[in-house]
Design a protein around this ligand. Structure first.
Ligand code: NAD
Ligand code: DAU
Length: 336
């Protein structure tokens, strides 16, 4: 089988390529990535010389290239996106271009080339925000209610994916997944930002009161969920994928990090809140469990510790990132 992975040089995409080549060694992977600020071929060094792996540098918005790359592809796993909410608040237009237009260009090429399965990676953020201290969780029937330019662009892409299925019969599936953590995550996201700041002796910025809730999912559990959807998922279906059963707010999460790293709470810095900050996400993954046998295997405490150890052991990976464009972004976002 030949799989086209878009955005495979990013955080989840590169973890997925490692996972897939390890678990399906006879399959071929073509990784198409534009290498934006967060695309990093260092994430894929170990598979560079694997004969079943090929890298193509390109933009999902370039129709002609996408049409060429799509030839002979059996399945597409579409990760490529602008993925950071804070950047979408600073500059929404690239989110519209890549996440919406880019997805439509891929869908068109997949249809033309009779791809057998187009899997779209989406987010739980399309469902909006839940209330604190409310047992409700997102599921596949939750009404879409995106509240940031990022989630609005992902919601639009989900609708396009389903429209190509219903209108033209393209065989699609979608996963709406919660907050991933693990190796190779660009240090603009809360966990890698906090861990690397702490290693550098810097403070950890906490937005607002810190009582925002996210559903933390170790990236390898996410990769296994995608595998299950690719092999057992029903065409035309959406699956919600999460990692937790109980709520953990940002302060509780960061206090776990502080404990593992032997730091006290004086390193927390309460900063201006994110505009339109969604209060709580929680995912009901029972459909994926019942239909596909999905269950998260990586518990938060153990895998948080493993993640911290990875950033401690791979300083050169994130120090190179933090010395580039990142400085300018950090200044703009945090004012220092
Ligand atoms: P990331 O920002 O780390 O990586 C995105 C990758 O896409 C990069 O390699 C980048 O170079 C590439 N890319 C961006 N624009 C492109 C374009 N126009 N053409 C080709 N490549 C392009 O993102 P991530 O955190 O790995 O997220 C991957 C996907 O998963 C996204 O679709 C995101 O919406 C979704 N998602 C992420 C999370 C999370 O917690 N990180 C959770 C749920 C869903
Ligand atoms: O829910 C899935 C989504 O998770 C994905 O679709 C997105 O691509 C991914 O970026 C992530 O979005 P979040 O906005 O939830 O992740 P982030 O790591 O940016 O923030 C997590 C929480 O931490 C959120 O409540 C905001 C807060 N935060 C974040 C940063 C960067 C802080 O308090 N301080 C910070 O400096």
């Amino acid at each position: 089988m030949k799989i086209l992975v878009t955005g495979g040089a990013g955080f989840i995409g590169s973890n997925f390529i490692h996972y897939w080549l390890k678990n399906h060694p006879d399959d071929k992977i073509v990784n198409l990535d534009k290498l934006t600020y967060c695309g990093n071929l260092e994430n894929l060094k170990e598979v560079e010389s694997n004969k079943n792996y090929q890298f193509v540098k390109g933009d999902i918005c370039e129709g002609e290239l996408i049409n060429k790359v799509m030839k002979g592809i059996d399945k597409v796993v579409h990760f490529a996106a602008e993925s950071h909410v804070d950047r979408s608040i600073l500059e929404p237009s690239t989110f519209i271009q890549t996440n919406i237009i880019g997805t439509q260009i891929l869908l068109e090429a997949a249809l033309k080339n009779e791809v057998k399965h187009f899997h779209h990676i989406s987010t739980d953020e399309v469902f909006g925000a839940l209330k604190l201290d409310d047992p409700a969780k997102f599921n596949e029937n939750t009404r879409y209610d995106p509240r940031s330019p990022y989630s609005a662009s992902k919601a639009a892409s989900d609708h396009l994916v389903m429209a190509y299925h219903i209108t033209y019969g393209l065989p699609v599936t979608i996963t709406n997944t919660s907050n991933n953590y693990g190796p190779y995550q660009y240090p603009e996201k809360l966990l890698p930002l906090a861990i690397t700041n702490l290693i550098e002796g810097k403070k950890v910025p906490i937005y607002g009161d810190g009582k925002y809730v996210r559903d933390w999912l170790y990236v390898e559990d996410h990769c296994r969920a995608i595998d299950l959807v690719l092999t057992k998922g029903r065409i035309g279906e959406t699956y919600c994928i999460g990692g937790l059963t109980d709520d953990v707010n940002n302060l509780e999460l960061i206090k776990k990090v502080l404990k593992i790293m032997g730091k006290d709470e004086s390193v927390l810095e309460y900063v201006k809140d994110r505009l339109g900050h969604d209060r709580r996400y929680a995912v009901d993954w029972s459909k994926a469990k019942n239909e596909l046998g999905y269950q998260p295997e990586c518990d938060l405490d153990t895998y948080l510790e493993k993640t911290i150890q990875w950033y401690q052991a791979n300083e050169s990976w994130w120090k190179r990132i933090k010395s580039g464009e990142y400085q300018e972004y950090y200044q703009r976002q945090y004012g220092k």
